[in-house]
Structures are given as C-alpha cells and as structure tokens.
Ligand binder design. Structure first.
Ligand code: GTP
Ligand code: MG
Length: 331
C-alpha cells in the first residue's frame, strides 16, 4: 500500500526524497516512532534537505507535535494528506463546505495547525516558511463557531436533497448508487450508463459530489443512477462525519453497486474496505447484503469476459456494459 500513499502525495506536487517502511514492534506513545527511526529521519533531513515528514498512519495531536519538536520540520499524517487532497478536489459549494468541516474538526484537535488557508492561497503547498511557521494557535472557540455555521449551511443542503429525493420517489424510479474504492471507474461507468459527462480521471478522489442520471432500460422502464465519492483504506473519520449529506444518498438509494477495479491485485482487499466504509456510513446490513458487485477494467485484466456470472465489464471499452445494464431490470 506504499504505492497508494505515494500516489496521494504526488497528487499534491510534493517531491518524495526518501521513503521507508518501518515495522513498529513497540509503539513509543509520545512519538509513535522509536528513537532509532527518528535518528535515521534526522540524518535524512540534513543530507537530503527534507522539510516535511509524512507518516502513513494516524498520529495523535500530541505525537505530531512531539515529532515536529524533535525533527524541526512539519509532520503530517495520513488523515492530513487525505484532507488536503479533498480540499484540492472540492469544486461545488457543498463539496467545499463538507471538506472545510472535516478540516476544521481535524484541526480543532491539533495543537498546531498543519498549515493555514492563508498559506495555501499564497503559494500552494510549500510547507516551509510563511506564517505557518509562526504556528499561530487557532482559537478553538472560533473554530467551533465556524463548525456550527457550516453545519447550519449543510442542513440546508440536506433539506434540498430531501426535496429532490421526494421528486424521484414520485417518478417511481428505482435508484442505483455506484460505490467503491477511489479510482475504480465509478464515474466512467456512470457516464457509460447515463451518457453524461462526469469528470473521470486517473487521480484519486476526482469525484466528491453526487450526481444523478437517468438510464433507459427499454420496455418503457427507467432507473436513476447515482455517482458519488470514492472510498479509501483508513478513511478519516472526520470525512465520514462531514460528508453525511453526500453519504446519505447511499442510505436512500434502492440498490448499491460496488464497482471494483479487477486489474488491481489488491481488489479483494478494496472490496472489503468498501463494505467496512459503508457500515461506517450507517448503511444497513440488508442493503449491503443485496449489493451488486461489478468488476470493472476487464480490458486490463487477464480474466476473460464472462458477464453472465461475474458482471465483468470495461467502462472504458464498453464491453459487458449492455449485458450488465440488462440485468438491472430484475431489481
Ligand atoms: N482501462 C480502463 N480504464 C478505466 C476503466 N474504467 C475507468 N478507467 C479509468 O480509471 C480512472 C479512474 O476512473 P474514474 O471513473 O474517475 O474512477 P472513480 O471510481 O469515479 O474514482 P473517484 O471519483 O476518485 O472515486 C480514469 O482514468 C478512467 O479512465 C476501464 O474499464 N478500463
Ligand atoms: Mg468518480
């Protein structure tokens, strides 16, 4: 899974000068990492002029602070990186609100801010120099007030969504929500099915917002298909908490479709992570049990198309998609 964090980090235009997998036999409570590893990092910092340490794990605020004090450079954990990617991707007002909320919840618990919005506006993700180094302590009360304001705004989003759902119910459509690991090809499949042009790129978390489209199944039958945000291993709980409005779509959808990139050797693991994340998002067991699984990117995999049994498709070439669509009539 080191490739995954590297991918995320590269997406933020951070240059990786050194990386290391370390087996932690005994967690040092104050810094997570032991003395030996810390010394090795210090040596690297000096020899390679490194100014940021990324720990691909969840650090407590105290651990982060202690590491920063020892290393004299910024330290960021997996949650921080994922939140940073999300804030880079958010485009719609709702997406931005939800990401900001996650960011604030994260920061509220931190002793020191990882970096400020001001810094971001000034020069992007530079990590060194700038006002961030002054380690401006954010007034927790101010953060809380901001959190409350965002929550009020998101409530309005929620009621708008409820309204839309009611309309959908009236039209008697069954809705199918595409779920799955980030980059599995949900948006590509959504485009194939609905003939819409949802952005689909080879980057993680391209989609943050929900989009709905209509699909004609023939015989005067239509269904609604929903494209939504992708999941990842160890998804920050702050994101689940703040993306409630988006994730609620999954609770209200009639059927879920788990889109899996079968060309990925880790696909079984990702299938499991998706199910765990759905549970975290309060999706019922009944809905998880009747979830349809579709194996995408068949064009990149050695498996041969056997759509009848496996729902093997390629959203890219279109192979198997019509056959898969035909099966949706039965739900
Ligand atoms: N070769 C191949 N590439 C595919 C296929 N489906 C999707 N892709 C590519 O995989 C990448 C990710 O596709 P998306 O549709 O953006 O994936 P997603 O699941 O929506 O990702 P998030 O929005 O990040 O959750 C894009 O570069 C797509 O072109 C497929 O069947 N075959
Ligand atoms: Mg997408």
């Amino acid at each position: 899974m080191i490739a995954e964090i590297e991918n995320l980090v590269n997406n933020l235009n951070i240059i990786i000068s050194a990386k290391r997998i370390t087996k932690i036999r005994k967690v040092t409570a104050s810094t997570m990492l032991g003395k030996g590893v810390i010394q090795e990092i210090i040596d690297n910092i000096t020899s390679k002029k490194i100014n940021l340490l990324i720990v691909n794990s969840v650090l407590t605020p105290r651990q982060q602070k202690n590491l920063e004090d020892k290393l004299k450079i910024k330290v960021i954990d997996r949650t921080g990186i994922i939140l940073e990617i999300f804030s880079k991707r958010a485009k719609s007002k709702e997406g931005k609100l939800q990401v900001e909320l996650a960011d604030l919840i994260y920061r509220k618990s931190r002793l020191v801010r990882a970096w400020t919005h001001l810094e971001r506006q000034r020069g992007g993700t530079t990590f060194i120099g700038g006002p961030g180094e002054l380690q401006i302590e954010l007034d927790r009360r101010l953060i809380q007030e901001k959190i409350n304001r965002i929550k009020v705004n998101l409530k309005k989003v929620k009621s708008r969504r409820n309204q839309q759902r009611k309309l959908r119910k009236k039209s008697n459509f069954k809705t199918f929500a595409l779920v799955g690991y980030t980059n599995a090809g949900k948006s590509k499949l959504f485009n194939r099915l609905t003939k819409k042009k949802q952005s689909s790129r080879n980057v993680m978390f391209e989609t943050l917002d929900t989009k709905t489209g209509r699909v004609y199944l023939g015989d005067n039958k239509y269904i609604g298909v929903i494209d939504t945000v992708g999941f990842i291993n160890n998804i920050p709980t702050q994101l689940i908490e703040s993306f409630k409005a988006t994730l609620e779509e999954l609770i209200y959808a009639d059927v879920l479709i788990n889109v899996i990139d079968i060309s990925d050797i880790n696909y079984r693991n990702k299938e499991r992570i998706t199910i765990e994340t759905l549970r975290m998002a309060n999706v019922s067991e009944a809905k998880i049990n009747k979830m349809i699984t579709v194996y995408n990117k068949a064009d990149l995999s050695p498996y041969t198309l056997c759509t009848e049994r496996h729902n093997l498709i390629s959203a890219y070439t279109g192979d198997g998609v019509e056959e898969f669509k035909a099966k949706l009539i039965n739900y």
